[in-house]
Design a protein around this ligand. Structure first.
Ligand SMILES: [Zn+2]
Length: 284
């Protein structure tokens, strides 16, 4: 048997432009274009689609709603290539920094915009910067809107911007019925939990460690960003040395690591993973 068959992995891309993704982490001048980024998004989308096609992999694209509104061609291209399109809220703003009305609008309007564009239900949600708290009204609101799963939780205390209160590393059902797919973590001696397998953690950790840690996880998920795969992002933003290392090292040069990932694991969209291994309603 192909060893990958016993090692499923949910593969996703948080589809956002570099500048907008960074705007709450680094100082970006107000006049720097955040939303006039069609060439960046188009180039990186094509790179993502080409990579996935080459490896015969389908993925989930967590899409910002405004991109579906302003650049529908890109979102249709992704959907027509057979990938799942889910919601990454409407704008890339941490939910915890928004009023309840703004956060609700992000969750609702992104779902509606993508559904209107593609004519298909959107089942999944991931909060910008994983900023969904475990406790409170937000998870219940996602369920009310008709989302079937969320993948915003990271059981780690090493980041202030991540949503608080999550402790479980495996897929589990919340009391409101929503399935939660956590980002994998590795607990080191001493008790510190490190996120594994996504974004900067994927770019910066040696692949041999990522593979070993992912293989040991009860449920496996990896996420990347379009600029990490396509390598097109503004080079002239001021960043400290450490910020530049964290956000850009390896961008556009992940082919070998990704080939290793797809050789080692059976990558699939989040929705398919949940249907096959966690009993998500097959009709959904
Ligand atoms: Zn994001």
């Amino acid at each position: 048997m192909d060893s990958r068959q016993s090692r499923p992995l949910a593969f996703s891309i948080d589809f956002e432009p570099f500048c907008e993704a960074m705007q709450e982490s680094i100082d970006i001048p107000e006049n720097f274009p955040r939303f006039d980024v069609e060439s960046e998004l188009s180039h990186n989308a094509e790179a993502c689609l080409e990579l996935l096609f080459r490896h015969g992999v389908s993925a989930t694209f967590f899409m910002l709603g405004w991109i579906a509104e302003k650049f529908p061609r890109i979102v249709r291209l992704i959907s027509e290539a057979g990938h799942e399109v889910a919601s990454h809220s409407f704008y890339h703003r941490r939910l915890t920094g928004l009023s309840q009305q703004e956060a609700e609008e992000g969750m609702r309007r992104s779902k509606e915009t993508i559904e209107d564009l593609l004519g298909e239900p959107v089942y999944g949600f991931r909060a910008p910067d994983f900023s969904l708290p475990c406790e409170g009204w937000m998870c219940d609101y996602l369920a009310e809107l008709g989302y079937l799963y969320d993948s915003s939780s990271v059981a780690t205390a090493i980041r202030d911007d991540y949503g608080k209160g999550w402790t479980r590393a495996e897929v589990h059902r919340l009391p409101n019925g929503l399935l939660e797919f956590p980002i994998p973590t590795k607990t080191l001696p001493g008790g510190v939990s490190l996120p594994v397998g996504g974004g900067g953690y994927f770019r910066l950790f040696p692949f041999v460690l990522t593979r070993r840690w992912l293989a040991a996880c009860p449920d496996r998920a990896t996420y990347l960003h379009p600029y990490e795969i396509g390598g097109d992002y503004p080079q002239d933003i001021d960043m400290s040395f450490l910020r530049r290392l964290r956000h850009t090292r390896g961008n556009g040069r992940l082919d070998t690591k990704l080939a290793g990932l797809f050789d080692s694991f059976d990558a699939m969209p989040v929705l398919e993973y949940l249907r096959r291994f966690h009993g998500l309603d097959r009709n959904a």
